[in-house]
Design a protein around this ligand. Structure first.
Ligand code: NAD
Length: 289
């Protein structure tokens, strides 16, 4: 299988690909510049940082697989892939722990504002989780020991037993926005969720609340965040545009450069698991390998 690996992968996953496929590797920057050089490619292995939409797919007429070693899929044109019969190999939830731990790190750091004493405590605060999937649930689980109230909103109904175990109450979006002292976003980016957190949402959030986004920059209407900036006691973002980075000005601002999924165990899992699944598919179809 002629396989093109773009960007950095965990060394164990790369070794497996090297041993089992005809592998070429290139950086993300080179991929953008030289896609037309490898029309024979049958499989692409990539992470969220590599955009592969219709334009890029046009360079690969023989493509049969995209192996995504990330959780968010907004870098891919899933409809176009389906139309072209390109199979997606993707293992959800592989980096959830890393992102949930990063969210807790951001939450505690925001509450311990550098210059303010006494600082805020999580105890008795209301934490609002928007998007109660793999990461949202793990954030709730990690908050269990902090004696705070956890409320959440999701478009999908949740099992009562899970909610009880995680000591979480599901609420409407407006309720989460207006009740939470800390809001954290864990929703995938797609055509329905772009600008999900818009001007109306920011207007409903509590004065002097804390706001965290570790999902995708495009979930926020950044213009509105700039407008409501001073309403917050603290803002932490793991994902943001260059414009927001240069224009957002807040005494209690934490920006991390898309680090949420970079925990070592999670990085290994999110690379190895999809690669292992890819190989298992190839091994079950020997004519493909
Ligand atoms: P998941 O699919 O397990 O959970 C997402 C949840 O969001 C689902 O329960 C879904 O029903 C819910 N949802 C969808 N649309 C919604 C809406 N309009 N309002 C409320 N809820 C909605 O995904 P996950 O593993 O929890 O990851 C969530 C997102 O986090 C990913 O899609 C990705 O964009 C982002 N992420 C970021 C990093 C990072 O490095 N910062 C790493 C991994 C994932």
């Amino acid at each position: 299988m002629k396989t093109l690996l773009i960007g950095k992968l965990h060394p164990e996953a790369k070794e497996i690909l090297k041993e089992n496929t005809k592998l070429i590797q290139m950086s993300n920057e080179d991929f953008c510049a030289t896609t037309s050089l490898f029309p024979e490619t049958e499989a692409l292995v990539l992470r969220t940082f590599t955009k592969c939409q219709k334009n890029e797919l046009d360079f690969f007429p023989n493509l049969r697989y995209i192996v995504s070693c990330s959780v968010g899929l907004n870098n891919l044109d899933l409809e176009e892939m389906e139309r072209r019969n390109i199979k997606l190999i993707h293992v959800p939830g592989t980096n959830a722990n890393s992102v949930a731990e990063h969210t807790l790190y951001l939450m505690l750091s925001l509450l311990r504002e550098d210059s303010v004493r006494p600082f805020a405590e999580l105890k008795n605060k209301t934490i609002g989780i928007i998007g109660f999937g793999a990461i949202g649930k793990l954030v709730a689980k990690k908050l269990l020991g902090f004696d705070c109230k956890v409320i959440a909103f999701d478009v999908i109904a949740q099992e009562q037993e899970v909610l009880q175990t995680l000591n979480t109450q599901m609420k409407e979006l407006d309720e989460v926005l207006s009740m939470a002292d800390v809001i954290t976003i864990h929703v995938p980016l797609n055509k329905h969720t772009q600008n999900l957190i818009n001007q109306e949402c920011f207007a409903k959030m509590k004065e002097k609340s804390f706001f965290i986004n570790t999902s995708r920059a495009e979930l926020l209407d950044e213009k509105s965040l700039l407008f409501f900036n001073n309403k917050f006691r603290g803002i932490a973002l793991d994902v943001f545009s260059d414009r927001l980075k240069s224009e957002l000005n807040h005494d209690n601002l934490i920006l991390t450069e898309h680090l949420g999924a970079q925990g070592e165990e999670s990085f290994r899992d999110q690379c190895l698991k999809p690669v292992a699944e890819f190989l298992s598919i190839l091994n079950n179809n020997p004519k493909h390998s």
